[in-house]
Design a protein around this ligand. Sequence first.
Ligand SMILES: Nc1ncnc2c1ncn2[C@@H]1O[C@H](COP(=O)(O)OP(=O)(O)OP(=O)(O)O)[C@@H](O)[C@H]1O
Ligand SMILES: [Mg+2]
Length: 600
Amino acid sequence: MAKAAAPAPAAPASAAPPRAPEGRSRDVMMRMWRDWLSPHWKRLAVNLMLIGLVAGTTSAYPLIIKNALDAFETRDVQMISLAPWLVIAAVTAKSAALYAQRLQTNKILSEVDRNLQVAMYGALVRADLARLDREAPAATASRFTTDILVLHTACEKLITALIRDGLTVIGLLGALLWIDWELTLYALAALPAAAIPIGNIGRRLRRIARRSNEEAAVMAGRVAEGLGGIRLSKTYRLEGYLADKAGETFDSLRRLRVRAADQRARIDPFLEGLAGLGLAVIFWVIGTRIASGENSIGEFMAFVSSFLIAGQSLRGFGTLYAEIQQGAAAGERIFDVIDATPAISDRPGATALPRLQGELRFEDVSFHYGEGVPALAGVSLTIPAGAKVALVGRSGAGKTTLMNLIPRLYDVSGGRVAVDGHDVRDATLESLRGQVAVVGQDAVIFDDTIARNVGFGRPEASREEIEQALRDANAWDFVSALPEGIDTPCGERGLRFSGGERQRLTIARAMLKDAPILLLDEPTSALDAESEAKVRAALDRLAEGRTVVVIAHRLSTIRDADLIAAMDGGRIVETGRHDELLERGGLYADLHRLQFREGA
Ligand SMILES: Nc1ncnc2c1ncn2[C@@H]1O[C@H](COP(=O)(O)OP(=O)(O)OP(=O)(O)O)[C@@H](O)[C@H]1O
Ligand SMILES: [Mg+2]
């Protein structure tokens, strides 16, 4: 296959995703406990009891062993016959408690996962567009999967391992101290020193985890981007390019995972070595004692087995620490989404707008996306209620940007936008957006029935009203021909319908909404002539009695506009009616001449 030497398509949104300042892992996990886990405290308490039972029965093993071995030596028949039953009882209790505890933990944590996802999604759909623009949707979606999973695992370990291993260690330590406190202290002398290297490994792991979660998000973004544009990519033979580009993220993800594994892999051998050292001490001390008859074999066995089990739990602590560091990194990415407060929201004291007449005023409006050249500068324009205004201009002139300021998809950087004299920022978003209907270039249809998709225009609308809206939108001919009528599912992104059909469904939605202000962003530019005629007729009907702002590339469609505003470089350079502007011989006349020559 020929390697694509094609020019790179538009840069993907894989730039640095939003990043929260790095807090301490403990803070993240404390917050996890406070906000998300503690509401389940009752079930967690039951869980704790079950874990206690597991730890208790585990600590009982060495005691049974000790008594059994002593009984073997002293030929204590009663104890010898009891021992197997004690073992069975301990094992049964432990297994049952273990099973119940796992089920419980899973139930609680799945609920926590769900709640976090609900909170994240809620925050995202309310978030400012400016924030959403910063990260590819699929990359954001990975916070719902990868990060949730990592955090889930950390919490599971925290609940299970910390408490279970903690109790086990305490229980066994008690047993060890009870059997021989002196020896215990000898064997564990080196333990406190272990905290330092493990702490270092943990911090490194957290940094790596943070980067690998970010990289996983970029990877998800690239995969989705590649597959999303696969039709186009095939015709441009971009398979090689796409594979290479995604391959880079697979590679850096692999490198990060290897580094994380390397750090994690150091913990076990280190603790194992420490345990081995302790064991050697035990052998040495008890060996001498047994030789001098001070200790029995039973004591020795009980001590060694307790020590080995405690060693295992201690090792669990080491891995646990690593998991928590990774969980904290994921938790940060999750809270980062949940904490984002939208800048575009109701001001304190915002008032609900009354039903609008539809007068629109831009007063010395400027706007910039992030840093750099402003997209709009010094735009002033008054649109009387009920008028039809067309925005024209070359690509990048700022037409869409200007339109987006009306329903406050973005807020102005300077100046103000007013509807019927009310600054849009003083109105409640609900009352403002409820009175603005938008029909855009790409018809947004969700994977639901036609009735639902159209019904979003006015949720309380009856089926008859929906049907009427479809009729008014010239959509009834194809909808009524479907066997399931308005209950037909639209399929993902409405792809079972043609472009023109989808467009008419969105017009029906806007019909139903019956808003005094209508924004049309080139809704017919992608349609063929016949489709366009149908959509246009529907739009004309929709426009009746409303204030209409339309962005049109085909100038033939705006001859009848009450006002045409020609934009260039973020400014309005001329306004007037079609004939006036043609006569003036400015930008509009230029654009018109250009299109006329192309025969558009
Ligand atoms: N989300 C965004 N982030 C950063 N810059 C943007 C964004 N959207 C638009 N711009 C920039 O703002 C300027 C105005 O863009 P806008 O989309 O308003 O132009 P337009 O007149 O609608 O063009 P077109 O006719 O191609 O749709 C352009 O320079 C564009 O690159
Ligand atoms: Mg545009």
